[in-house]
Structures are given as structure tokens and as C-alpha cells.
Design a protein around this ligand. Structure first.
Ligand code: GLY
Ligand code: MN
Ligand code: MN
Length: 423
């Protein structure tokens, strides 16, 4: 980070606070992803200051030790721990930060800071700059720019290190075990929430902090609701259940979707749709290599989906023409890929120099085509109505292709049937 800031700069990074759930209870603490990436500090209300202006390179402002509070909410590293365990050059109590800020502003030529996160910090910075400007006749030079640090941090986050990839592999292994546990419950009469419970039990049992996003378990027509999270219906025979679930491990998300046949057999139109989505996913995976772009991967998926929609008699005509006119959109309305990392929809720009970004080794993203024939879809053959299928894997671009982090989770029809049928 320091290298990219240039000389004479400070960066102010604001950690997450606790968020109220209801009345006086709070959601479990989740550190801001950028803050976690740069500091590894996972306690509320911290501020990190990075400096290339000759001051200490790394200062943490943290909540101090407090035996009375710690009796209720557990250990705090305090200022001593911030230095000893987190590598800060200096650490101070958090309440001192606003008092130190005008001096930090006065010393800097450039300030890296995300505006809009904290009214009091924003006000202090802008007032300090104005005060410096009023003293310009005395030769005082105010900072020349407030720059968004995410332009630097998100570029760093986009290319995963070997250590990050190892954590993502471990998360993927837990997600694989969780999918197997849930698939074994995909039988008529079971409830969607039982499968959700099996997934999340496995996440926690294996040391993940929990799901990386709200688990989706959608049976029958619920599978066609993209962000279905109620998970409270019973599974019916002759239906599919779509599970989009991945754990968060050491802050890193896995994001995996499989679609299972309730009872263990893909039959009728459900098998046809499944095979089309699988062909699209395999074609998209085939395009995952350095030098390609996410739009190329999307196009590979869409081509297979449209050919499948023609075979199903949902669309008719020339495939290229249908694609040009986006005639697949009523049945495939989302993108094929997003970056994956500390956030499920991870940081990093999708375009560079005015064009889709060329994939480089170390980028991690999802490949998740689907087809959805939901309740609202018009003019559809009744045999397709209510079917939703998505298959989602997480891939890392390597020097000569890609590594599929979820290759342990079955997706070929025979293998999926066997997974559901295991008891
Ligand atoms: N689970 C969210 C997504 O697939 O993007
Ligand atoms: Mn997903
Ligand atoms: Mn996804």
C-alpha cells in the first residue's frame, strides 16, 4: 500500500463498527474487508493511519483495554496488543484520533480517505484543510488532494496471493462437505430449512465463521427466484432444489451453486434444462484462461444456453440473431461471473483502459450460468414452468488456464444423482 501512495501522503482507513440488530443486541462483528485485508485487525471501531510523509508508517487507533467491558464482550488487544500482535509502529486510543487528525492533515501533501463514511472525520479533514489554506500567506501548504484509497486497495485485492488462495481452497473444501450434507437431505417431505441447517452446521463445525452470504435453498419454483432466502417450504417429489451456499473462511467467501433432483433422479424437462445449463457452464469454464475476458466467458455460456433454448422450443430462429437481440434475457437475466474474495461480489474494477479487463493469473471469479422459468415468465410450455437451474463454481486464473476450486462438488448428472441418493 505504502509504495502505491507516493511520498508525502497519509491514508486513513476506517474499520467497521458494531451494527444494531434489534434494541440492544448487535449482529456479530464483521470487519470491513479493506481494513481486514490491510491490517488483519478484527475488533470494532479501529482506525489505521498509513504514512509516507516521514511520520510513523503504520498507526492503529483502537478501543483500549477495559476489564469491565471485556467481562461482557471478551478480550480486546488494546494499544499494547495493536503494536505487539498487529505490527503497528504506534497505537493510540481511538478517542484520540480526531484530536490528532488536524496535525496529520497539516503534514500531508495528499490524503487517501473514503469520503462519506464518517461525517465527523470528513468534517475534521475539510475544516483542517480550510484552516491551512487561510494560513497560506504564512507559507503553509494545505494537502492538494483527497484521493479514494480503494483505487489502490481494490487493485491489490483483485490479484490473490498464494496465501489467500490457500485460504480460499480451505473454504472451498468446507463448502464441498456442506453441499454433500445438504444433497443427502434432498428428498420429498424435507424442508428447505433442513438443508440450510445442514449447510450451516457444516460451515461452523469445520471452522468457517458461517455463510458468506445468506444461504439460498429453493425447491421447485423457488429455484427460479434468484435471491430466494426464506427457505421455508417443503421439498416435493419430481422437483429440483437449487442450493446457492458457500462459507466464509478467514474472511474469504466461497460462492457455490448446485441444483439437485429431489429424490435423486433428474427426469423429464428438468433433466433437459439441467444438461443445457451444464453444457453452458462447461463451455464457460473452457474459456477461463489468461488473456480472455469475463465478457468472453459470458458469451461462451450464452451461446450454449441459446442453443439449448432453441432445442427446448422456447426460442426459434438463428442463434446469433437471438443473442444479438438478447432474447435469452427472460430466462437468463444475470451475468455469468463476478470477482470473488473477501467480499462475495469482490472488489476490483471490471474494466481497464476503457475495455473489459484481461484476466491475469491470481484473479478469482465465479462461473454461474443458469436458466429460470419462473412463475412470471410468459408464454412458456407448462412442462418448463417453475424450473430453475444454476451451476456455479469458483475459479482461479493460473499461468496456463484455471484451477476450479469446486471440482470436488459433483455436477455431472450421474454424480449428482449418486450424491443425493447417499444415505
Ligand atoms: N450467491 C450470490 C451470487 O451468486 O452472486
Ligand atoms: Mn452464488
Ligand atoms: Mn455468485
Amino acid at each position: 500500500m505504502h509504495g502505491a501512495m507516493g511520498d508525502g501522503a497519509i491514508a486513513i482507513l476506517i474499520g467497521a463498527k458494531l451494527v444494531t440488530r434489534s434494541a440492544d443486541t448487535e449482529f456479530p462483528f464483521r470487519q470491513d474487508s479493506d481494513f481486514w485485508y490491510l491490517t488483519g485487525y478484527a475488533h470494532p471501531n479501529a482506525v489505521a493511519v498509513l504514512r509516507t510523509d516521514g511520520g510513523p508508517a503504520y498507526t492503529l487507533y483502537v478501543e483500549p483495554r477495559d476489564p469491565a467491558r471485556e467481562t461482557w464482550t471478551g478480550h480486546r488487544p488494546g494499544t499494547e496488543g495493536a503494536v505487539a500482535k498487529y505490527g503497528a509502529d504506534e497505537a493510540h486510543e481511538r478517542e484520540r484520533f480526531l484530536r490528532d487528525l488536524p496535525e496529520l492533515v497539516a503534514a500531508a501533501r495528499r490524503i487517501f480517505h473514503v469520503l462519506g463514511r464518517s461525517v465527523e472525520i470528513d468534517r475534521c479533514i475539510t475544516e483542517s484543510i480550510e484552516n491551512l489554506r487561510l494560513r497560506s500567506r504564512q507559507g503553509v501548504e494545505p494537502p492538494e488532494a483527497i484521493v479514494d484509497p480503494r483505487s489502490i486497495v481494490h487493485e491489490m485485492r483483485l490479484i490473490k496471493t498464494a496465501a489467500e488462495l490457500e485460504l480460499m481452497r480451505r473454504g472451498a473444501a468446507i463448502s464441498a462437505e456442506a453441499h454433500a450434507a445438504a444433497a443427502a437431505l434432498a428428498h420429498p417431505g424435507r424442508s428447505e430449512y433442513e438443508l440450510e441447517a445442514a449447510l450451516e452446521y457444516t460451515f461452523r463445525r469445520r471452522g468457517a465463521s458461517g455463510p458468506a452470504y445468506t444461504t439460498i435453498v429453493g425447491g421447485a419454483h423457488n429455484a427460479a427466484v434468484l435471491h430466494y432466502i426464506k427457505n421455508d417450504c417443503a421439498l416435493a417429489s419430481d422437483s429440483l432444489v437449487l442450493i446457492d451456499a458457500g462459507c466464509e473462511f478467514e474472511g474469504y467467501a466461497s460462492d457455490v451453486t448446485r441444483t439437485y433432483p429431489v429424490g435423486g433422479r433428474f427426469t423429464g424437462a428438468r433433466r433437459d434444462v439441467y444438461e443445457i445449463v451444464l453444457a453452458a457452464q462447461l463451455a464457460a469454464l473452457d474459456a477461463c484462461r489468461p488473456g480472455n475476458t469475463l465478457p468472453q466467458i459470458h458469451d461462451a455460456a450464452v451461446k450454449q444456453l441459446v442453443e439449448g433454448l432453441i432445442a427446448l422450443d422456447v426460442l426459434s430462429g438463428d442463434a446469433d440473431e437471438l443473442i444479438k437481440n438478447e432474447r435469452h434475457r427472460p430466462y437468463y437475466m444475470h451475468g455469468t461471473s463476478h470477482w470473488l474474495g473477501l467480499d462475495t461480489h469482490d472488489a476490483g474494477s471490471y474494466r481497464k483502459d476503457g475495455a473489459p479487463r484481461v484476466l491475469e493469473p491470481g484473479t478469482v471469479f465465479t462461473v454461474e450460468p443458469g436458466l429460470y422459468f419462473g412463475e412470471a415468465v410468459e408464454d412458456i410450455d407448462e412442462r418448463l414452468r417453475g424450473i430453475g437451474v444454476r451451476i456455479e463454481d469458483n475459479v482461479v486464473i493460473t499461468a496456463d488456464g484455471h484451477e476450479n476450486l469446486n471440482s470436488a462438488i459433483p455436477k455431472l448428472p450421474d454424480d449428482v444423482e449418486a450424491l443425493v441418493s447417499q444415505r
